[in-house]
Design a protein around this ligand. Structure first.
Ligand SMILES: Cc1ncc(COP(=O)(O)O)c(C=O)c1O
Length: 408
């Protein structure tokens, strides 16, 4: 596939898994204890396996954590985003301003309803949608702004709130990677008109598969509750709308409730791990981490390398030490469903493309800053190895291995 930016030539680095070195620290691992086991097992002894007390309690818990008036449990983050788009009555002919630098589901939810995504570029420091670029992209057909809190780094909801107010637009927050994050304008997810969390196993808390829509709007909550359950109204046998089966089972909800009861412990451990990685990686030439934004809820830990070659060398060094890493997705506008449908081209959102040259952050390289570093086993990856060796010594103490911070 054609890419926005070609990788500079350099000796190939093998980063495929090596069977001789078992993965000790995977990219992500759910944090499951006996609390989760016993709560899930208890559900199996009850008559209600769907739409029961576990779901209600889990919803109440997420509403409390976020300060939102309503929380509606659903089968995935994607389902929640789809319901949010529908609950705001967005449809064919409408446009929504959003970020190209995200997991693709944050834009696919618009395509499901034939809404056109209008991408705006990102802030290269936070990697989140740039409020000024978003405002400049608002046009006559814009009906909403869809903000993503990428990697658990809170977007500036104060700024987006002002923009939404000026233009009379609702805000959808994709907070799928950001449970527990605080933004300047309120808790992530609860600062706009509808916010969505995801509970896939790599997320801060997991239900296996699952999601939750939160909102302070009664109309949005009512519509989401109706449409997650086949469009039913108060009576089980009557259907008010065309809906979906986006329900969350009691088994999933029980797992979520158990995880939520441990959320402050899980989030604190992730924050400690992120602080440790940040400290150990500080000041290494050619290596950057994302800024330490107050209120962030660490999702994956992003390491940015100056060049793809240095990135691959770091990945290889980590792999040899049994540490799994991954590479982030290419920007959404360059993926075939978007290029083919809307004619997007490389270069249209340069900051999003720079953040992800050849699809790379989470150990990523920026060839535009020039190569040379680390090439041919140069000096620059030496410090990285030292740091990682020191990091490994700290790992058992800080239980980093149980966190889902990718990369180290
Ligand atoms: C930013 C973002 N949006 C949406 C989703 C979709 O969530 P799910 O996988 O639960 O459908 C995810 C998670 O994978 C995500 O990271």
């Amino acid at each position: 596939m054609e890419r926005a930016i070609e990788k500079p030539a350099g000796p190939a680095v093998d980063v495929t898994p090596d069977a001789r070195v078992p993965i000790e620290i995977p990219l992500s691992r759910p944090d499951i204890t006996d609390v989760e086991r016993s709560m899930v097992m208890a559900v199996l002894d009850r008559p209600t396996l769907s739409l029961g007390p576990e779901l209600e309690a889990f919803e109440e818990g997420v509403a409390r954590l976020t300060g939102a008036k309503h929380a509606v449990g659903v089968s995935s983050g994607t389902a929640g985003l789809h319901l949010a788009v529908r609950a705001l009555d967005l449809g064919p002919g409408d446009e929504v301003v959003t970020t190209p630098f995200s997991f693709i589901a944050s834009s696919n939810c618009l395509l499901y309803e034939r809404v056109r995504p209008i991408f705006a570029d990102i802030d290269p420091t936070s990697l989140n949608l740039d409020p000024r670029a978003a405002e400049a992209a608002i046009g006559a057909k814009t009906r909403a702004i869809l903000v993503v809190h990428v990697f658990g780094v809170p977007a500036d909801m104060e700024a987006f709130g002002r923009i939404a107010g000026r233009w009379g637009l609702p805000i959808i927050e994709d907070a799928c990677e950001a449970l527990g994050a605080r933004t300047p304008g309120g808790m992530a997810g609860a600062a706009g008109d509808a916010g969505v969390f995801a509970f896939y196993p790599n997320k801060q808390i997991t239900t296996g598969e699952g999601g939750m829509l939160v909102t302070n709007r009664d109309d949005v909550a009512a519509r989401a509750r109706c449409e997650r359950n086949q469009g039913r109204g108060p009576e089980w046998t009557r259907f008010e709308r065309v809906g979906f089966n986006y329900r969350m089972s009691e088994i999933h909800a029980a797992l979520g409730r158990a995880q939520l009861s441990r959320a402050s412990e899980i989030l604190a451990r992730r924050r400690r791990a992120a602080a440790l990685y940040r400290e150990l990686l500080a000041g290494i030439p050619g290596v950057e981490t994302l800024p330490d934004v107050p209120g962030a809820s660490p999702f994956v830990f992003v390491i940015r390398a100056e060049t793809p070659h240095l990135r691959d060398r770091i990945r290889e060094g980590l792999r040899r030490r049994g540490i799994e890493t991954g590479i982030y997705f290419p920007p959404i506008h360059l993926e075939p469903p978007y290029r083919d449908r809307f004619g997007f081209r490389p270069g249209q959102f340069p900051k999003a493309e720079d953040a992800d040259p050849a699809g790379d952050p989470l150990l990523h390289g920026d060839p535009r800053r020039g190569d040379g570093a680390g090439r041919g086993g140069g000096p620059r990856d030496g410090p990285v190895r030292d740091v990682l060796t020191r990091a490994r010594k700290h790992l058992p103490e800080t239980n980093v291995s149980e966190s889902v911070l990718g990369g180290i």
